[in-house]
Design a protein around this ligand. Structure first.
Ligand SMILES: [Fe+2]
Length: 220
């Protein structure tokens, strides 16, 4: 049984970047529907007892799509805040190593979100060797499927921005950048800054630092 995690901010906290009306649809309808649908699909199956990330790693078809969308949306809400934040010193140094500067990362992130064809997600991820890179995923796909560690995500499905920005996705991505919860990104980077996570299959493994994040107060 998977629960809909609480939003980490008030419904109107992200205005004017994201309106309360968008939250009413995006969180209370879209995200909630993925949770409800997933619970219908896994009831009485082997997935009923598994954690969300274990379901994602083990499933395909409708179960995967709904489980991944639950995870992706939870990660998206936690990537956002109405408080002004900056990356930790350690994360900033890594960003400068791999992207040149925070400004370059911003430009590349917005470009990746703008050029993603159709519905999907743009992620900052940590690769197996430790390098940071950008990853576009289509529809419900998630970096967990590629053994990449997600650090930051922006939802570029139209339901994420159409009420507030109509068809102007680049404007939504530009505004997104000012509302990033760098505390969350930095904390996730710290907790996954080793290779233990890579290849781990079972999310109740206490040696899997990503499970720790999934099961921490940040998520559930
Ligand atoms: Fe969404």
């Amino acid at each position: 049984m998977i629960e809909l995690p609480k939003l980490p901010f008030a419904d109107n906290a992200l205005e004017p970047f994201i309106s309360e009306e968008t939250i009413q649809y995006h969180y209370y309808k879209h995200h909630a529907t993925y949770v409800n649908k997933l619970n219908e699909l896994i009831k009485g199956t082997k997935y009923d007892e598994l954690s969300l990330s274990s379901i994602i790693r083990d499933s395909d078809g409708a179960v995967f799509n709904n489980a991944a969308q639950v995870f992706n949306h939870t990660f998206y809400w936690n990537s956002l805040t109405n408080e002004s934040k900056t990356p930790s010193e350690k994360l900033l140094a890594k960003i400068e190593d791999d992207f040149g500067s925070l400004e370059s990362l911003k430009e590349e992130f917005i470009k990746a979100g703008t050029t993603l064809f159709g519905s999907g997600w743009v992620w900052l991820v940590r690769e197996a060797g430790g390098k940071l890179s950008l990853k576009q995923t289509q529809n419900a796909d998630t970096p967990l499927s590629s053994n990449l560690v997600p650090l930051l995500v922006c939802d570029v499905w139209e339901h994420a921005y159409y009420i507030d920005y109509r068809n102007v996705r680049p404007k939504y991505l530009e505004e997104f950048w000012a509302y990033i919860n760098w505390d969350f990104v930095s904390e996730t980077y710290d907790k996954t800054d080793n290779d233990v996570f890579i290849g781990t299959e079972v999310c109740n493994d206490i040696h899997d630092p990503f499970c720790d994040i999934l099961q921490s107060k940040v998520f559930y």
